[in-house]
Ligand binder design. Structure first.
Ligand code: GLA
Length: 342
């Protein structure tokens, strides 16, 4: 499926500054209205990790939808359950009619939906799908996210292709799979990568999982470090994870143990959180990423919510996005084509 094309965007510095400025304090007050007198439609866009470029780019996409359709988007970071529930109260107080959310914990789904229903707010989930008390996805809440297994499989296939190109001996190679299995989309991605690697012929007994406690660079750095200590016999490492951040932490861990870029192939997912890494003058072990359009996801979910609230058109319950492989060779060009870089 073709990714969403984007119109020219604001300059990065200004956009990022604006995004970080979006907080409870910078949100409009309930008394503000449109110039025509009627209150302007307000929709929320809540994300679990506002510091991650992926989510900043989603917000940029939501801003574009807001500009196109003439509504106001209230962007809030919700790193935990307490902040999420407080954010819903704030949205209700501001007269918002709904919100898009990437929840900090998928098990908050029932509590979020209860609060949203009480406040008359429509909800669309993005990236991380709510899970109900029975452990099953809350399939009645509209969701848009990655085709996680397929994207993971593409990572595994790309790792294998690069290993073959470098003619690495399998007996010296290990695969470091940084996992976060409590999150379904994350588990599906890393399982997909493992499945593709083994299907291609990579020995299953040389694939090692490194569970990360937190989904940030320190979390994956620590997880990979433990694994590297346990396997001093491995001379060359393949690395994958749920996203770019997971691979970045593991690459930093290999560097700390003296592995050079020639001995590491790391492939991430997102394509938004590795731009600085791929721009480095000297190549690192971070070889590439499966780029998915974060601005496209932000735009589409905000647009779907707008149509739902404004015209009563319910969104599809399940929408999936696919990826494009980027490396140092093509990332500037692909990110420009996708409207992610100016
Ligand atoms: C999860 C990850 C993000 C990003 C999104 C994409 O939320 O934490 O980094 O990969 O999925 O769907």
């Amino acid at each position: 499926m073709k990714l969403h094309r984007l119109l020219p965007l604001l300059c990065l510095g200004a956009a990022v500054a604006a995004l970080f400025g979006c907080s409870r304090e910078s949100a409009p007050t309930p008394t503000e209205g449109s110039p025509r007198g009627g209150a302007r439609l307000r929709l929320g866009f809540l994300v679990k990790q506002p510091e991650e470029p992926w989510f900043q780019y989603e917000w940029r996409g939501a801003d574009r939808a807001a500009a196109q359709y003439g509504f106001e988007v209230i962007k809030l970071g919700v790193p935990d359950g307490e902040k999420t529930l407080a954010a819903i109260d704030n949205l209700a107080a501001l007269g918002a009619k709904g919100f898009v959310i990437c929840t900090p914990d998928v098990r908050l789904g029932p509590a979020i939906m209860q609060k949203a229903r009480q406040a008359g707010l429509k909800v669309i989930t993005v990236d991380d799908q709510f899970v109900g008390p029975d452990g099953k996805f809350m399939a009645d809440v509209p969701y848009l996210g990655m085709s996680a297994t397929k994207i993971g499989e593409a990572v595994g296939a790309a790792l294998w292709a690069e290993l073959q190109r470098r003619k690495w001996p399998l007996a010296e190679t290990g695969a470091c799979v940084v996992t976060f299995e409590e999150l379904d989309t994350a588990r599906q991605r890393t399982n997909g990568a493992v499945a593709a690697l083994t299907a291609a012929g990579f020995p299953a007994n040389r694939i090692f999982k490194a569970p990360q406690k937190t989904t940030d660079v320190p979390g994956s750095f620590d997880a990979a470090n433990i694994l590297l200590t346990q396997h001093p016999e491995v001379k060359r490492w393949l690395i994958c994870a749920l996203n770019d951040t997971g691979v970045l932490g593991a690459v930093r861990a290999t560097e700390g143990r003296g592995f050079s870029a020639e001995h590491v192939i790391g492939i991430g997912i997102n394509g938004t959180d590795c731009i600085d890494e791929l721009r480095k003058a000297k190549p690192t072990g971070f070889f590439g990423s499966m780029l998915v359009s974060a601005p496209g996801e932000g735009f589409r979910t905000a647009e779907m919510l707008y149509h739902w609230v404004q015209r009563g058109t319910p969104p599809p319950l399940d929408t999936r996005t696919t990826g494009i492989f980027i490396t140092r060779e093509n990332f500037e060009q692909v990110l420009q084509q996708e409207g992610i870089l100016p």
